[in-house]
Design a binder for this molecule. Structure first.
Ligand SMILES: [Zn+2]
Length: 306
């Protein structure tokens, strides 16, 4: 697949206090890994993101919350989400990266994309920053995809933490499916198997909680056997992926132990679940720099070679 890599140095300007796991070093590690593999580097279509507007973001976040973020002074927005001087621009471009990739797939320039962004997005609620996330990049992307003519959006979230924000935003919707695997019980505490949606959204949320110390065996089965059936039933015309690599074996924030090979199999399961539709990945977590950069490289190579 022709694969876009959406990135801008502006994401390095979202700074966090010393020893904060969600640091600019995460993206530097990813860039270094790609730049040291010339073949990979030249196989990607490098794209700069546009900046998301308030009109884009207001489809997901409340007006009061957007104004609160855009007028906030440097400091913590919640107990672990830091806003630095550069964070406002970075967070608007992080959303913009997902929107840009949708523009490019719509124009036929690319068939898949990886948005290497910070801050991440899947914990951000309609009116609340949470868990290192300011705006919900994937959720705004889903609304944008619908505004651009895509009728059904399937969201896959393999970050080790449950994406409470995405789930809540689309909980009563039947046009956006939310599929999540996550360590449970674990931060943020949500994501029970019995939470399946409400109203006309019943059946359009699927949580697969995993006990600590699950690994390749459990995850590969889910992504190669269960996921394709769910995707087939829903029959989406675009897939958005909350790509969090904190499910890796050496990640400091979790106890799920997926290996390098496991990541490759998970990605293959995702992109084989329906042929001929776009797959857009946006970076969420992943805090061991080696595991993170290695996993992103595997994701990109798998997308390109598919
Ligand atoms: Zn996470």
């Amino acid at each position: 697949m022709k694969t876009g890599f959406i990135y801008d140095d502006i994401f390095l300007e979202h700074k966090t206090p010393p020893f904060h796991p969600e640091s600019p070093e995460r993206l530097r590690a990813i860039l270094n890994a790609i730049n040291s593999d010339l073949n990979l580097k030249e196989s990607l279509i490098w794209i700069n993101p546009k900046k998301a507007t308030v009109e884009d973001i207001i489809k997901v976040h409340s007006k009061d919350y957007i104004e609160e973020v855009l007028s906030a002074k440097e400091g913590y927005l919640d107990s672990d989400t830091f806003l630095s001087k550069g964070s406002k621009e970075a967070s608007l471009y992080a959303v913009g990266a997902v929107l840009t990739s949708i523009d490019y797939v719509k124009e036929g320039v690319i068939q898949s994309a990886f948005c290497a962004v910070r801050p991440p997005g899947h914990h951000a609620e309609r009116a609340e920053a949470m868990g290192f996330c300011i705006f919900n990049n994937i959720a705004v992307g889903a609304e944008y995809a619908i505004s651009q003519g895509f009728k059904k959006v399937f969201i896959i979230d393999f970050d080790v933490h449950h994406g409470n924000g995405i789930q809540n935003i689309f909980y009563d919707r039947s046009d956006v499916f939310y599929f999540s695997t996550h360590q449970y019980p674990h931060y943020p505490g949500t994501g029970r198997e019995s939470d399946r949606g409400k109203g006309k959204g019943i059946g359009f949320t699927l949580n697969i909680p995993l006990s600590a110390y699950s690994g390749d065996e459990e995850l590969i089965y889910i992504y190669k056997k269960r996921l394709p059936e769910v995707v087939k039933d829903f029959d989406p015309d675009i897939v958005l992926v909350s790509a969090g690599y904190d499910l890796r074996d050496k990640d400091p924030l979790s106890s799920i132990n997926v290996t390098k090979n496991g990541i490759e199999e998970i990605i293959k399961g995702i992109i084989s679940s329906k042929k001929g539709i776009p797959y857009i990945f946006a970076l969420e977590g992943g805090y061991n720099l080696n595991s993170l950069s290695e996993s992103v490289v595997i994701t990109l190579k798998t997308l390109i070679s598919h």
